[in-house]
Design a protein around this ligand. Structure first.
Ligand code: MN
Ligand code: MN
Length: 311
């Protein structure tokens, strides 16, 4: 493990992992972190462009060795790199999608798993394009208050409410292998009716173990992408987001679901990518939203590392 230092001290990278510059070679890495400071596709309040920096900053509070309840430090088992933020010209927002997809393609070509910090949820779309290019059509585990299957797919819209209808339209995800968790908004449209939904009421009635079992049933053995919109969490736990909806999951519930996924080792999902999106620090309180996002990304790393020995 890297040298211990106070959480408020030193240069900032995610979990104090080595930082790489633009164009760095990712060969030998198991996971590559990158931020996407982009919130042009929001329908409500902007601010997610500040998410990646806040998530990195809060991760420093967690960079103290073994992670509870996993009982190991995932970064003793995984070689991780923080690739900084995906660059784009703010005057050409469509450039973001091209640059992000190219970044993810480089990560995948190196044999690493991409872990992406938003940015608004539109940022997931270019990631899915690159991951599908590499692994074929994907299963999806999607935590969100919203289904993000608005109408208008195929029309080139830059809209965070359209990401999964667009992904279906483009054939990036397999409808019957998609599960959406924590949903508590209505979607009258046609898109995505074959997806499984564990809505917020179901989440509150089910145990984390039951939810994890259902997730494993839906995604099966396909390559799985896990996308976590932080507004899946209740505004009490994640106020720092652009489109909050009351009645969501607690941070503990979400963590417990990831933990329980590791308990289904025989059927543990074949993860090929992860993101946490929609952290908007201007509305946060006590940095709890960014801290929750950092924690979830670390839990995901633990999931990847659970059956590994030291790197
Ligand atoms: Mn979303
Ligand atoms: Mn949402």
């Amino acid at each position: 493990m890297s040298e211990q230092r106070a959480s408020y001290s030193g240069l900032v990278s995610f979990m104090r992992q080595p930082a790489a510059h633009d164009g760095a070679d990712f060969s030998g890495a198991d996971v590559v972190f990158a931020g996407v400071p982009f919130d042009v596709a929001t329908t409500n309040r902007p601010g997610a462009r500040f998410g990646p920096r806040a998530i990195r900053e809060q991760s420093l509070q967690l960079a103290w060795g073994p992670i509870w309840p996993w009982s190991f430090d995932p970064f003793e088992r995984l070689r991780a790199v923080d690739a900084g933020d995906v660059p784009f010209d703010w005057g050409r927002p469509s450039e973001m999608a091209e640059n992000l997809a190219a970044h993810i393609a480089r990560v995948l070509a190196a044999g690493a798993v991409p872990i992406t910090f938003g940015g608004d949820h539109y940022c997931t779309l270019p990631v899915l394009r690159a991951v599908c290019e590499r692994h074929g059509p994907l299963a999806l585990i999607h935590f969100d208050a919203h289904r993000d299957v608005e109408q208008g797919a195929g029309e080139g819209r830059i809209d965070h409410g359209i990401v999964f209808s667009e992904a279906l339209h483009e054939g990036l995800i397999v409808e019957e292998a998609c599960v959406q968790i924590g949903i508590r908004t209505a979607y009258p449209g046609e898109a995505g009716q074959g997806m499984s939904i564990i809505d917020a009421i179901a989440c509150h009635a089910m145990s984390a173990r039951q939810i994890a079992a259902k997730i494993c049933d839906v995604v099966g053995a396909r390559p799985v992408y896990l996308s976590f919109d932080i507004d899946c969490l209740d505004p009490a736990f994640a106020p720092g987001t652009g489109t909050p909806v009351p009645g969501g999951l607690s941070t503990h519930q979400a963590r417990a679901i990831l933990w329980e996924l590791a308990g289904h080792r025989g059927a543990m999902p074949n993860f090929v990518g992860f993101d946490v999106m929609e952290v908007a620090p201007p509305y946060d309180a006590g940095e709890i939203t960014a801290l929750a996002a950092a924690m979830l990304a670390v839990d995901f790393c633990c999931l990847l590392a659970v059956d590994r020995q030291s790197a």
